[in-house]
Ligand binder design. Structure first.
Ligand SMILES: *Cc1c(COP(=O)(O)O)cnc(C)c1O
Ligand code: SF4
Length: 358
């Protein structure tokens, strides 16, 4: 990346005091990088040492869990690192991706597959758990590895989709006319190429009873370069009603580049919603979540769910008690209009919907 490096050097040497200004200036500069999203995706940070050095931190002060790192490697796109504050181990974005030693903590009630997803997996790559909606594992790839992820132990190898898998999934969808909505999930569905998405959308469009295409993705936050004109054109032309549910956990994730990408999506009539996970020491306060709702609304995104973290092995340090969660949402109700308060929900096996806690 010679261009980016030169810009960085000039920037630092000519105006060191400006260097201390807001993170958004950095992002504007970063946005001038000619890198495509595919290039960024093939050049992720995977070495904990590289990540901490980019943030002026020292690995000795915060050991990693080697066992968990091996099972679920570190993966962070560089644009997301630019949104982190330097020199701060408590940065809420860093905490979401850091394979902390705390992942070794064991606790009763935490298991590798708390949602028992294996049991609602009728065809590889497809989950049919709730009426009228099916969830398709579009790709097993993610642009980032979120340490709280409930799919961190998911059997992606046997659910790694190929066209063959998709064909079986589409046959299943065709044969059940009660299905009105197809949810693309993953992994991260936007890690798939436009060509793959377009192939899939065309097949789904040809199924008459499908009305809505929903895309659940974290990529708009961690790799906003993915929100290209080409993608927006592809989603604009389908007859399906398109909903994108972004997975944003903290207002700091919404950089200028993220805003620009989301604007592009809302301008073509896509409904934008947000789902967050309630995470200890990331966003477990009503002030942080209220700021998130307000910032999301400024870019036409409405809050949808606030999820209790799933009880997945390795994520004990992210737990928030139910009573604290309820108190947080109650105080959000007191300071925000109703449409900016997300629904506090929990995913439980063998229930006809997500459990609404309030
Ligand atoms: C969350 C989820 C859905 C969608 O549920 P909504 O309440 O419609 O957002 C569908 N299928 C599965 C397997 C899910 O986990
Ligand atoms: S992007 Fe989603 S599926 Fe991928 S690791 Fe993060 S939470 Fe899990």
């Amino acid at each position: 990346m010679p261009v980016a490096t030169n810009v960085g050097i000039i920037y630092r040497s000519t105006a060191f005091s400006i260097y201390l200004m807001t993170q958004s200036i950095f992002n504007v500069i970063a946005s001038n990088q000619p890198q495509t999203w595919q290039e960024i995706l093939s050049d992720l940070i995977t070495d904990p040492k590289e990540l901490v050095e980019a943030l002026n931190l020292n690995l000795d002060s915060k050991p990693v869990s080697m066992a968990e790192l091996r099972k679920f490697p570190l993966k962070v796109p560089r644009p997301f690192v630019l949104a982190m504050k330097k020199g701060n181990w408590s940065d809420p974005l860093l905490r979401q991706v850091w394979p902390s030693k705390e992942e070794d903590i064991k606790k009763e009630g935490f298991s590798p597959d708390p949602l028992k997803e294996k049991e609602v997996n009728p065809v590889a790559g497809l989950l049919h758990k709730y009426q009228g909606r099916v969830l398709l594992t579009t790709t097993s790839l993610c642009a980032v590895h979120c340490r709280y992820c409930f799919r961190r132990h998911f059997d992606y190898d046997s659910n790694s989709p190929s066209r063959e898998h998709w064909k079986n999934a589409i046959t299943y969808i065709k044969n059940d006319s009660s299905i009105r909505e197809v949810i693309l999930s993953g992994g991260d569905p936007l890690a798939a190429s436009d060509r793959q998405l377009s192939w899939l959308i065309e097949r789904l469009e040809s199924v008459q009873h499908i009305e809505t295409l929903r895309i659940h993705t974290r990529i708009p936050l961690v790799l906003p370069q993915r929100l290209t004109l080409n993608l927006s054109n592809l989603l604009r032309k389908t007859r399906l009603k398109v909903v994108i549910v972004i997975h944003c956990n903290h207002a700091q994730e919404i950089t200028d580049l993220v805003k620009a990408g989301l604007n592009l999506m809302s301008e073509c009539g896509i409904v934008l919603l947000n789902q967050s996970v309630l995470l200890a020491e990331v966003n477990d306060s009503s002030e942080i979540l209220a700021e998130l709702s307000q910032k999301l609304f400024s870019v036409n995104v409405l809050p949808y769910y606030l999820h209790m973290p799933d009880k997945v092995t390795g994520t004990v340090h992210f737990s928030v008690s139910r009573s604290k969660a309820l108190a947080i949402v109650k105080s959000m109700q007191a300071i925000l209009p109703g449409y900016l308060v997300p629904q506090l929900a929990q995913e439980e096996p063998e229930k006809p919907s997500k459990t609404h806690l309030i």
